[in-house]
Design a protein around this ligand. Sequence first.
Ligand SMILES: C[S@@+](CC[C@H](N)C(=O)[O-])C[C@H]1O[C@@H](n2cnc3c(N)ncnc32)[C@H](O)[C@@H]1O
Length: 214
Amino acid sequence: MAAPPARQAPPTLVDANRVWVDSWLRHQVGLHLEGPALARLGAHGEVCVEVGTGRRGLGARVAVDRFGARRVTAVDLHPASVDATRRRTRDLAARPGVRVDVLVADAEALPLPDASADLLVSFHALHHADDWRAVLAEAARVVRPGGQLALTEMTSRIVDAPWLRAVSHHPDGRFSSTELLDAVTAAGFEVAPERTRRWSGDRVVQAVAVRTTA
Ligand SMILES: C[S@@+](CC[C@H](N)C(=O)[O-])C[C@H]1O[C@@H](n2cnc3c(N)ncnc32)[C@H](O)[C@@H]1O
């Protein structure tokens, strides 16, 4: 499979992706707060896809340790992130009965068959994707009827804050929690209020949505 062309971000004061997103501390937040919160909302599935895995394979690890995944395909646009996650998930992939594949791929056009996954996991990938609705459409295509989309996202209340815009590149046209959950529904998932959670004054939203069968 040919690697998609790298997309260039405009310069910022510092590169927040390198400073925060790749950090040990951010990984711990995902492992010990965001991941368990999604598990409490009912995230589970054996065959899992993670989009926007970053450099530490957060979603792959959470999927195996918390959601019961046994086969994970983790993707990211950037080859350096894929290489790093491949190294950092070797221990996971070595566990008996577990398979982890890490691929360069675009979440807006996944190289995966229709209805092939029980669960698609996204930790903070949608607010980075050029066309986040296209990622949801791909999730709906790839997740089988009755399967799940488990997501954790920052809303425009953080993404559009001047301090964050100064240090981190994000595309325009991001979403409130309501806009995101409405788009998840429009893509073909059922979003039950009891399986959603809003944190930090609606700056972070988590949801476990179920692919409708129709
Ligand atoms: C904010 S980082 C999140 C990393 C990790 N999931 C975490 O929560 O720590 C967003 C990641 O999504 C990736 N990404 C952005 N757009 C993407 C796309 N269209 N397809 C695949 N990955 C994408 C970026 O390269 C980056 O690694």
